[in-house]
Design a protein around this ligand. Structure first.
Ligand SMILES: [Zn+2]
Length: 486
């Protein structure tokens, strides 16, 4: 990032709301079905059709507002945003202009949602980015441009779409990444949206300007349209900020305009100058009554879930895991649930269970691109495996093989499988002989431990583990050495 300019970034996020039916008609919301199969006169925009409000979409939007600390004004209304475009044949989109459902609020930037290569340099840990508003509107149809024709699929037309507008308070491309990932995580936690960018459920427009440190007012705003992945947002912003600085350095003033990001060339391209910007001539939709949201707000307060940062704090205090572990565990709500079930089912310290979930379970899931729900090993069986290690029935190395076997043969019980695999509890008599041998071989260390240097017990335990070829239970070995020397 250039030091001689200050960048200012604002984001407009469009997010499809999880509802069974569309915003103003009874058609099903769907993804990936035969084109133009979930349509009716209303979502096709035919003359004479009338819109009917979808209560669930309003409830979900208000829930999003509650999760993000927004104000929810008593009255909210619907407006027509007028423009001509083939993907909106009634020539207006029903949206919200001056009375949106939610105002203000903020998105907290979770540290673990910054890009991995940037997490050591976070400029403002704990920063929150203010929101301007959240309003609800209908999605438009999807146009595809072929060689000799353009085709339109109306399945998407009328899908409830939330627009979440941030204040221009984002300073770097990395903060934009953290903003989008945290917003995505919170929307998924609230079950408000699946927020999958690849499926177009979350779309993002970026506003960015630069100015010199001495300049008070913001620089000329450039809008980047239709970003289709979070990593592309980061690349596009780095490119665009650099380009704007170069232009200003060369003495060429910037013009307010809309640009697009070309991920193939790695460059931004101009779409249109501000001169062709639309005047949408908003006016209240005469077919829809305003919404009085007080009762809905009261009802939705009961559906506010524990948010990721609240869950992480609870995991830290309740299960005594590190903040890093807690953040990994809460990154996905189903993973957090999996850990809690396993931790409660196991008699081991929750920290041990957390290590197994993060190092072994998550690794297996990632290797096979599986979701937590599709895991062949239940949390109870993971807990039983951890317990076998704790009880000294299997060694750490054996437990890794055991977990691998459980993964390949779903439904088997860990204890039963361990027996079949020939994992017997280590022969304590034989281990005791090894311990005696190790103590005899290190008289200097033994003397130091007796003199108070207890840390060296770990060294001797390591020697015993080596001699037993990993079969001994490290905790039992440590206990035995301590009993003999201290
Ligand atoms: Zn319809």
């Amino acid at each position: 990032m250039r030091q001689d300019y200050i960048a200012t970034i604002g984001l407009e996020v469009h997010c499809q709301v999880n509802t069974r039916s569309k915003m103003f008609c009874g058609c099903r919301t769907s993804f990936g079905q035969e084109p133009n199969t979930n349509v009716c006169p209303t979502c096709l925009g035919l003359p004479g059709s009338l819109p009917v409000l979808n209560k669930a979409a309003i409830e979900q939007t208000i829930l999003a507002g509650l999760l993000l600390g927004c104000r929810t004004p008593e009255i909210s209304k619907w407006d027509r945003k007028n423009y001509f475009y083939p993907d909106m044949p009634k020539n207006y989109q029903i949206s919200q202009f001056d009375l949106p459902l939610c105002i203000g609020g903020s998105v907290p930037l979770y540290d673990h949602n910054y890009p991995k290569d940037y997490q050591k340099d976070i400029a403002h840990p704990g920063k929150k980015v203010g929101l301007t508003r959240i309003h609800l509107e209908e999605d438009v149809a999807k146009s595809t441009h072929l060689a000799n024709a353009s085709v339109i699929d109306f399945n998407r037309a009328g899908t409830p779409l939330m627009e979440i507008v941030s204040e221009p308070e984002i300073d770097t491309p990395e903060e934009a990444v953290a903003y989008l990932k945290t917003l995505q995580q919170i929307l998924i936690y609230g079950k408000i949206s699946d927020a999958d960018m690849e499926k177009g459920q979350l779309r993002c427009d970026v506003n960015v300007s630069v100015r010199t440190p001495g300049q008070k007012e913001l620089g000329v705003k450039i809008e980047l349209k239709n970003m289709n992945s979070i990593s592309a947002v980061r690349r596009a912003l780095h490119y665009e900020i650099e380009r704007q600085c170069d232009e200003l350095d060369a003495g060429r003033p910037l013009e307010q305009a809309t640009w697009r990001w070309n991920d193939t060339t790695g460059q931004t391209e101009i779409m249109r100058l501000k001169e062709d910007a639309h005047d949408y001539r908003y006016f209240p939709d005469p077919d829809l009554l305003p919404v009085r949201s007080g009762l809905i707000v009261d009802r939705m307060r009961q559906h506010v879930p524990e948010l990721p940062h609240e869950k992480a704090a609870r995991f830290e205090s309740e299960y005594d895991v590190t903040l890093y572990d807690a953040n990994v565990l809460v990154s996905d709500q189903t993973l957090a649930d999996y850990f809690e079930v396993a931790a409660k089912a196991s008699s081991a310290k929750p920290k041990k269970t957390a290590n197994w979930v993060i190092n072994t379970f998550l690794k297996h899931l990632n290797e096979e691109s599986l979701s937590v729900a599709a895991s062949p090993v239940s949390p109870e069986r993971l807990a039983a495996t951890v317990d076998l290690v704790e009880a000294g029935a299997v060694s750490n190395n054996q437990a890794k093989d055991l977990f691998e076997a459980l993964w390949r043969s779903p439904g088997r019980e860990p204890a039963e499988l361990a027996k079949e695999m020939g994992f017997e509890p280590a022969d304590t008599g034989a281990i005791e002989v090894i311990i005696e041998g190790v103590l005899a071989a290190h008289p200097d260390k033994v003397a130091e431990i007796r003199g108070g240097n207890e840390k060296l017990v770990n060294f001797l335990t390591g020697q015993v583990m080596k001699s037993s070829q990993g079969k001994a239970n490290p905790k039992q070995v440590t206990d035995s050495i301590r009993a003999k020397l201290l």
